[in-house]
Design a protein around this ligand. Sequence first.
Ligand SMILES: Cc1cc2nc3c(=O)[nH]c(=O)nc-3n(C[C@H](O)[C@H](O)[C@H](O)COP(=O)(O)OP(=O)(O)OC[C@H]3O[C@@H](n4cnc5c(N)ncnc54)[C@H](O)[C@@H]3O)c2cc1C
Length: 365
Amino acid sequence: MHVLICGGGVIGASIAYFLGCRGVKATVIEGTGVACAASGKSGGFLARDWCDGSPLAALAHRSFDLHAELAEQIADDWGYRRLDTYGGFAGFPARRSAYGLDWMSGEVTIAQALGSPETTAQVHPGQFTQAMMRAAQNQGAELRLGRVTGVARDGNRATGVEIGGDVLQGDAVVIAMGPWSILAALWLPLPPVFGLKGHSLVFDTGTKIPAEAAFLEYREPGSGAVLTPELFPRTDGTTYVCGISGEEVLPVDPARVTHDGGALYRLEAMCRAISPVLASSPILARQACYRPVTRDGLPLIGPVAGIAGAYIATGHSVWGILNAPATGEAMAELIVDGAAHTLDLAPFDSARLPPLDPASLRMSG
Ligand SMILES: Cc1cc2nc3c(=O)[nH]c(=O)nc-3n(C[C@H](O)[C@H](O)[C@H](O)COP(=O)(O)OP(=O)(O)OC[C@H]3O[C@@H](n4cnc5c(N)ncnc54)[C@H](O)[C@@H]3O)c2cc1C
């Protein structure tokens, strides 16, 4: 069996890895570069129980546990560690609190502990994605650089993918192109996937910040707008901060994602106000990326209805790094055995949502 995976983000790489664990050959076709999009520019924060009470709970539990197992099993380093997580605010009247973070300014009230090393963890998402791809390649997977432009079909069966003028034949095709999976809804009966833009900064903080993640509400002086920054110090001596979303439509080409200088300026000003450590640290990266979302907020994980051999795995929204391993494991079971055993994929069936109306497609470039 030969499985063609369209997209070399965290989802595509994880599916290739778990197919390799089952002895199945995968080829990942990536148009720009492994982890070039959200999978390389997101927070990499992992929480075991923050999806409890939603249809994502079992996926998140399994995936959180798999992250720990993968860090033990694969001889590579992607900055996995358990950490404490706190919630707080700034720009609102201060409050007495039992908590405090040494690297935050006096403007910040840390109001509560949101997670402990038992329930929260992190990875460097780009390094994790690259490591999963490398581990898949060590098991025989291939990485092919090229832009997928269509799915080849023999009637109602997917037989390969079109890459420019060529057709690469395979026994199964998986769409894992993140927000660009919306293009696959022109090729297959699939609902739309949208891209929501987020901006982030990466600071060179060295060893000045301990393993403490923070989720804040910050009222901007002047505008009064409330931002919700997320701050993740990492094992490589950097600290990642995201917090400002944008409305720009997704560019057709992932290489043409740009950041908005105004959004990054606001994010930087906020960082300097809330943390003297961030205020004195050089900025290593100013960036933006799009998270893939569906109309109901749940991912699409499973077969494409009516087209044998076609599958989709995308739409993981803010939890794509967390939920990639369990998605990869379940997709490998589905493709190889005909059904997933570790998870019930019914809530993620793409047929629950109406297919894309091509007239509604909005992209730039
Ligand atoms: C600001 C921000 C912070 C986030 N923080 C977290 C977090 O802390 N924890 C967490 O769990 N999640 C987080 N997320 C969400 C997470 O990053 C995403 O859900 C996840 O990366 C999506 O992975 P993906 O593989 O589906 O898509 P992507 O990473 O978008 O990868 C899709 C790949 O497909 C390729 N591609 C596109 N079109 C084609 C084509 N035609 N042919 C070939 N290849 C193609 C692209 O080049 C890209 O490499 C965050 C997201 C954002 C935006």
